[in-house]
Design a protein around this ligand. Structure first.
Ligand SMILES: [Zn+2]
Length: 298
């Protein structure tokens, strides 16, 4: 009995001790976990700190790099601007050289006004002359020459006129100083001083240039008189400027008599401008005319 009593006292005691042991076990395990976590925590914290340091350095580097990049960009822009300026200057100079070169190769006599006070040198000969196709001549037995660069324009005039049903024949083109002298003498013998009115001493200059043509047409028998009343003249009045030809001595000019047959090539650009302004070649200032020399054969 006594043993059972003791046993009864011991059982709760045993349970209590058991519980205490288990609790201690938990506490011990918890503490261990705590210590372990704390250690891990410390390690993580120090890694974070280290990363933060590294990040700080990287951010600083990034700022520096950004600044350097901006500086380089600005420098690059300056350089590009400078290169752009150089390129413009180069293009300007190249353009000027091109114009000067083109002008140096263009005969400035071709756009000179020949008046009673300005003469073409008696030794002047055009740079290059071509034979005019015989079919364009009034008299095929008398070959004629024209400035080589004017020939294509002349052919266009005659062909386009023909397309419009208008016949243009050439009675005179390039005339050398010698030929003109002989012609003038012939006129002077026949007409005396009256020859000055239609073959004035200075008038030969335009034919000596090789750029000037005297036209005739059917029904005039190869003559020039009456040309002003023909449809050929009418057609030239309306169209010749498109091909670069202008009438040198219009009805009201102050140099010579009206010469409706006498057309001078001055280039399409100038001829169009004169047509637009409704003035003659001799009405424009020489300075104004000279600006078109560069484009005379364009
Ligand atoms: Zn003439």
């Amino acid at each position: 009995m006594k043993d059972i009593k003791n046993l009864k006292r011991f059982i709760p005691m045993g349970i209590l001790i058991g519980v205490i042991v288990i609790l201690l076990g938990f506490i011990g395990f918890g503490y261990y976990q705590y210590v372990d976590l704390d250690t891990q925590n410390d390690s993580l914290r120090s890694r974070v700190a280290k990363l933060e340091d590294e990040l700080g350095i990287t951010t600083e580097n990034l700022e520096t790099t950004k600044e350097e990049k901006e500086n380089l960009s600005a420098e690059l822009n300056d350089k590009e601007e400078y290169v752009g300026q150089l390129r413009n200057q180069f293009e300007d100079i190249a353009g000027q050289v091109f114009i000067l070169d083109k002008l140096s190769k263009t005969d400035e006599e071709l756009l000179q006004k020949y008046s009673k006070i300005y003469f073409l040198n008696e030794h002047y000969v055009p740079e290059d002359l071509d034979n005019i196709p015989l079919t364009y001549l009034y008299d095929e037995s008398k070959p004629k020459e024209v400035h080589a660069k004017v020939l294509p324009y002349l052919e266009d005039v005659i062909k386009d006129a023909a397309d419009d049903g208008v016949t243009l024949w050439i009675v005179s083109a390039y005339r050398s100083y010698g030929t003109q002298g002989a012609l003038k003498s012939g006129y002077s013998i026949t007409y005396g001083s009256g020859a000055n009115a239609f073959s004035a001493d200075q008038g030969y200059s335009e034919h000596q240039l090789g750029t000037t043509i005297d036209f005739t047409t059917k029904n005039l028998g190869g003559g020039l008189n009456g040309f002003g009343d023909t449809e050929a003249y009418q057609w030239l009045q309306e169209n010749a400027y498109k091909y670069g030809f202008v009438l040198s001595y219009s009805e009201d000019n102050s140099y010579y008599i009206f010469e409706p047959w006498h057309w001078r090539f001055v280039g399409v650009e100038l001829a169009k401008e004169l047509h637009k302004q409704g003035i003659g070649f001799y009405d424009m200032s020489q300075r104004g005319i000279d600006e078109y020399l560069i484009s005379i054969f364009d």
